[in-house]
Design a binder for this molecule. Structure first.
Ligand code: ZN
Ligand code: ZN
Length: 340
């Protein structure tokens, strides 16, 4: 089968590889759609993560089940599914406390096991989630990034009626925007340099969009909210948004970081000493696929709004990774490994 393998920075190749073998407790999936993630982009631009032990990328995908091991009983051939990539060990202290996303020896499809940028993949039964009949397979590939956004909102101190700011309106930012709206945020600022993305944010329910190249976003938010938003989220991962994000929260507010960073940042800790604001992180999700599938299937979160193009696997570098480095109009690009 064909699969996209990463060899290093700026080096992803589509090659012929063996189809992964079905093992006890697993199902074989024909991959239908697989999204290019911001974290894939970081590996493409800055080099692979230490967790990576095999080269086939892709951790946001949907597919159709074509084969099941004899001991699998909850999934059958023909099922339309989304795959949760996280494989916790189940034995470490974090797993036993229920924080499977923080497992110290976690594995993952697209990292330690062959992922979704391939014609076929094999996943454990417990990582496979059924899509309702009326939910598209395209939306099935949006479940994973939506789970990241929903988890971040659930982890935050946001409450119904609160004000919020979202820095960055890429796929995660636009999904965060819809998740905070669903959670009852009364005021949603979105800070984004791209005109197209600001427009999309307005369509999806942002109450104010700010171009940080023209306006001091934090100052505007402080002025309009009488001291800052309750919770700000970072989905951009650069020095400028970190600085603005920390400044934009109210005393006792929270700055929640969802993005992956390529470089360290500097900041003045007095900013939070004097406000007792919190800076916190959010990583992946904890068993959220069923909830997120319902949010997407019902349209509470519009996953289609973040999809901007669908490309064949052969074009994954030129029309996928390369386009995402320069075209801010693009948001989520889905790869379709099997044509027809
Ligand atoms: Zn991702
Ligand atoms: Zn563990």
């Amino acid at each position: 089968m064909k699969a996209a393998k990463i060899y290093g920075p700026k080096d992803i190749r589509v090659e012929n590889v063996d189809i992964p073998q079905l093992e006890a407790g697993t199902v074989k999936i024909k991959v239908e759609y697989a999204g290019i993630c911001g974290s894939d982009m970081h590996e493409y631009l800055a080099g692979t993560y230490p967790i990576r032990t095999q080269p086939v990328l892709g951790h946001e995908f949907s597919g159709t089940v074509i084969e099941v091991a004899p001991d699998v009983h909850t999934i059958k051939i023909g099922d339309r599914v989304a795959v949760e990539p996280l494989i916790p060990c189940g034995k470490c202290d974090n797993c036993r406390r229920g924080f499977v996303n923080l497992c110290i020896s976690r594995q993952g499809y697209g990292y330690t096991k062959s992922g979704g940028f391939a014609e076929y993949m094999v996943a454990s039964e417990e990582n496979v989630f059924l899509l309702p009949d009326h939910m598209s397979l395209e939306l099935g590939a949006i479940v994973e990034p939506t789970a990241v956004a929903v988890h971040a909102v659930r982890q935050s101190q946001l409450n119904v009626g609160d004000s919020t700011a979202i820095f960055g309106a890429g796929p995660i930012g636009l999904l965060l925007l819809q998740a905070v709206k669903a959670a009852g945020a009364s005021r949603i600022y979105v800070i984004e340099v791209s005109e197209e993305r600001r427009q999309k944010a307005l369509e999806l329910g942002a109450t104010t969009v700010i171009n940080p190249m023209e306006v001091d976003a934090a100052q505007l938010i402080l002025d309009e909210t009488n001291g800052g938003v309750d919770v700000a989220f970072d989905a951009a991962g650069v020095q400028a948004t970190f600085h603005s994000g920390v400044r934009s929260v109210r005393p006792n507010g929270e700055f929640k970081i969802v993005s992956v960073w390529e470089k360290p940042v500097t900041f003045d800790p007095n900013t939070i000493v004097r406000t007792e604001a919190k800076i916190s992180g959010s990583y992946a999700y904890v068993r959220l696929f069923p909830e997120v599938i319902r949010l997407l299937a019902s349209g509470v979160i519009d996953g289609n709004a973040v999809i901007t193009s669908i490309i064949p696997l052969d074009d994954i570098v030129e029309k996928g990774f390369e386009v995402l480095t320069k075209d801010r109009k693009q948001c989520k690009i889905l790869v379709k490994p099997n044509q027809g």
